[in-house]
Design a protein around this ligand. Structure first.
Ligand code: ADP
Length: 171
């Protein structure tokens, strides 16, 4: 599996599936979630509503992932995952790792071969970038997915630098 880091906007990625750092409601929000719904159009939210009504009446659990259409985006699918809110008193890294693992599992079941991730939980959910990068890269490396390319799309030069450093540290 090829692991690629890019600085950019995930809504512009030409890949089979992009991952959304959603919240449990699946009803949209700020950050990358807002950008995906804005650029992808109303079709994505319609499918999210249907998923709430059918399978996720209580919301999508933290660490889980589910796919919808990508609407007007260049990707074919959006895989929505719910990252944990960062906590200094409780170790939630297994939940963050689960977001990556479960998203890749969904990608495999769709037959997606290229997948782009944002840095889940590092915005509104306040996870420190360097730590999130380490968890994300380790989870993807360990996943053993059929996916051929995983692209991390980092939204700032600082985020890109943290991921680059974490990748170098992994050897
Ligand atoms: P969370 O609630 O999981 O923290 P956010 O969307 O607030 O989700 O932030 C997750 C990461 O996504 C942050 O590092 C943020 O800077 C980044 N981000 C925001 N918009 C985009 C975008 N269009 N493309 C890629 N990354 C983005």
């Amino acid at each position: 599996m090829k692991l690629v880091l890019v600085e950019g906007d995930i809504t512009e990625q030409r890949v089979d599936a992009i991952v959304n750092a959603a919240n449990s409601s699946l009803m949209g929000g700020g950050g990358v979630d807002g950008a995906i719904h804005r650029r992808g159009g109303p079709e994505i939210l319609e499918e999210c509503r249907a998923l709430r009504a059918s399978r996720y009446g209580r919301g999508l659990p933290v660490g889980a992932a589910v796919a919808t259409t990508a609407g007007r985006l260049p990707a074919r699918w959006v895989i929505h995952t719910v990252g944990p809110v960062y906590s200094r008193s409780e170790d939630r890294s297994h939940l963050l790792a689960s977001c990556y693992r479960e998203s890749l599992h969904v990608a495999d079941s769709l037959g997606a071969s290229t997948v782009a991730f944002p840095a889940v939980s590092t915005g509104i959910y306040r996870w420190p970038m360097a730590d999130a990068a380490r968890i994300a890269l380790a989870a993807v490396r360990q996943a053993g997915a059929v996916v051929t390319e995983v692209r991390f799309v980092l939204f700032s030069p600082a985020a890109y630098a943290e991921f680059e450093q974490a990748l170098a540290d992994m050897g």
